[in-house]
Design a protein around this ligand. Structure first.
Ligand code: NAD
Ligand code: TYD
Length: 337
């Protein structure tokens, strides 16, 4: 296969590329990434000499670039990760979310139709479905109506709709995965698990929004990569697959407490801070479709994945210390002051 991977220098995209080239060393990957604050070529150091990984620094909104990359490299598969991905930043400034997530997806879709790519896989999120009640048994499934509530999730919802429309109107062979919250190696330390681990190593407190009783469905990142692999190999064109991890609800506060315990510290590291506006209370994913139809289930449970993640951040101090630079401190001030 010849793949165009967008956003391949980000958290999930880089994990995906490392996973893919290990499993399918004969495939070729063109990795188009703008290297925003979240893009990091250090993630891909282990494959920098691999001739089957071609990194291109560029913007998915650049029509000519996207079109020529697909055409000149005879790309047959697009795997689209590139996005602005952090809810809090979308509240501080929605503009880049609208541009990259909506317009960027549109540019890719146009180029994919024009060049008749065989497969377009769009990576999306469970956040486009809004929020569930705390303590309910309800989960999101493939029939749940869209109900995005933040600029991030609204922009991702718009991109999902465009992808579906290009399938129906122009016959583009697409698949979509809506996945729950990922965690694991190479996650930028603004997201809560990476932030908690790195703050504790730095002897700083961990900010917990509101009452901390918010619930996310957590999935170890390589399990997400395995799901995308199965969808690319066996997924049905036009279909959406939900990908999730946890089978039990766990609050943010409990997640932080587990991390604190794993790291041998006490609960004085918890710092309750002002809540996020429009904060979705609970996410939970019913992933029976991908299990029954494609045979996927997560290999890591939450506690296992968390242990691996804590170990990784402890071993890779240089990787994340570079990211918590002056620019990050400005963001941190703005967000948490
Ligand atoms: P990330 O922020 O770590 O990485 C995004 C990457 O996209 C970065 O490398 C960035 O440089 C690149 N990028 C941003 N704008 C670009 C542009 N205009 N052109 C080219 N490249 C650009 O994000 P992530 O956590 O790896 O998420 C990847 C995808 O998965 C996103 O589409 C996100 O919505 C989705 N997703 C994420 C999660 C999660 O928990 N992180 C869960 C479900 C779905
Ligand atoms: P986050 O990692 O930002 O992912 P998302 O908002 O996409 O789910 O946040 C996960 C949960 O943790 C969410 O309920 C918000 C909460 N949170 C905190 O309590 N403190 C923080 O500093 C951050 C970044 C998030």
């Amino acid at each position: 296969m010849i793949l165009l991977v967008t956003g391949g220098a980000g958290f999930i995209g880089s994990n995906f590329i490392l996973y893919w080239l290990k499993k399918y060393p004969e495939d070729k990957i063109i990795n188009l990434d703008k290297l925003t604050y979240a893009g990091n070529l250090d993630n891909l150091k282990s494959i920098e000499k691999n001739p089957n990984h071609l990194f291109i620094k560029g913007d998915i909104c650049n029509r000519d670039l996207v079109n020529s990359l697909i055409k000149n490299n005879k790309v047959n598969t697009v795997v689209h990760f590139a996005a602005e991905s952090h809810v809090d930043r979308s509240i501080l400034d929605p503009a880049p979310f609208i541009k990259t997530n909506i317009e960027g997806t549109y540019v890719l879709l146009e180029a994919a139709v024009k060049n008749k790519v065989a497969k377009f896989h769009h990576i999306s999120t469970d956040e486009v479905f809004g929020t569930l009640e705390l303590n309910s048994k309800e989960k999101f499934n493939e029939k749940t109506p869209y109900d995005p509530r933040s600029p991030y999730s609204a922009s991702k919802a718009a991109s999902d709709h465009l992808v579906r429309a290009y399938h129906i109107t122009f016959g583009l062979p697409i698949t979509i995965s809506n996945c729950s919250n990922n965690f694991g190696p190479f996650q930028f330390p603004e997201k809560v698990i990476a932030l908690a681990i790195t703050n504790i190593i730095e002897d700083k407190k961990v900010p917990v929004y509101g009452d901390g009783l918010y619930v996310r469905d957590w999935l170890y990142v390589t399990d997400h990569c395995r799901a995308i692999d199965l969808i690319l190999k066996k997924g049905i064109s036009g279909e959406t697959y939900f990908v999730g991890g946890l089978t039990r609800d766990i609050s943010n506060l409990d997640v932080i407490k587990i991390i604190i315990k794993l790291m041998g510290k006490d609960e004085s590291f918890v710092q309750f801070v002002k809540d996020r506006p429009g904060h979705d209370r609970r996410y939970a994913i019913d992933w029976r479709k991908i299990k029954n139809e494609l045979g996927w289930s997560p290999k890591h449970d939450f506690d296992q994945g968390l242990k691996l993640t804590v170990e990784w951040y402890k071993k890779n101090l240089a990787w994340w210390k570079k990211l918590k630079n002056a620019k990050f401190q400005d963001y941190y001030q703005l967000q948490y002051a």
